[in-house]
Design a protein around this ligand. Sequence first.
Ligand code: ZN
Length: 245
Amino acid sequence: MVSQIIELLKNEIPLEQECVVLAEDTVNGLVLVDIINGFCTVGAGNLAPRESNRQISEMINESARLARLFCEKNLPVMAFLDSHHPNKPEDPYPPHCIAGTDESNLVPALRWLENETNVTLRRKECFDGYIGSAEEDGSNVFVDWVKKNKIRTLLVVGICTDICVLDFVCSTMSAKNRGFLKPLENVVVYSHGCATFDVPLEVARNTKGALAHPQEFLHHMGLYMAKERGAKIANEVLFGAVEKV
Ligand SMILES: [Zn+2]
């Protein structure tokens, strides 16, 4: 039944993906959205997977592989980490990723990024990393990072495809279109580097306050909606013309 619906969805709104080649002679930046224990590590909290999940595991592996490559090339990397004040709920979700707990830290496969000089970590208290980068004085850590590094192409990976990844892409595309992010030209969302969580309808019906969240369906929709904003959706990412990443 579920797979039939997914097939129907993919027929009705087919998602064209492409192989994106990141030019070696320009600056490419990598954004990692919320690849933290509270969303990715089995049993790590209210919004963590209850059991091992193929889509989330692939997202972590692909993100770690790309992060290693970007660091080897000394290219700029920015990681958003969902981090909430314990007394400020984020509806409609239960308490999650409380600041100062391990839930709001990078997953073990990415923890090494904390020691890399080309990596900027940004703790955020909302879905959208762009909004979460705003400072009280009106400046924006993400905007400054793009400009300072003269980033022309942004590669985006992380979780959740349909929530924090999509929100960040939407804000970034609007800001780029208004000229706030020069010299940024391209925003690429790498599909195998993204994931979302799974709450099947029958589980949601038996859980007070839970929204149904079928994983494959909403992952597809998240990518599709990013494409509707003008992002490229990549199923493969290469550096230069030859080197496979
Ligand atoms: Zn949150």
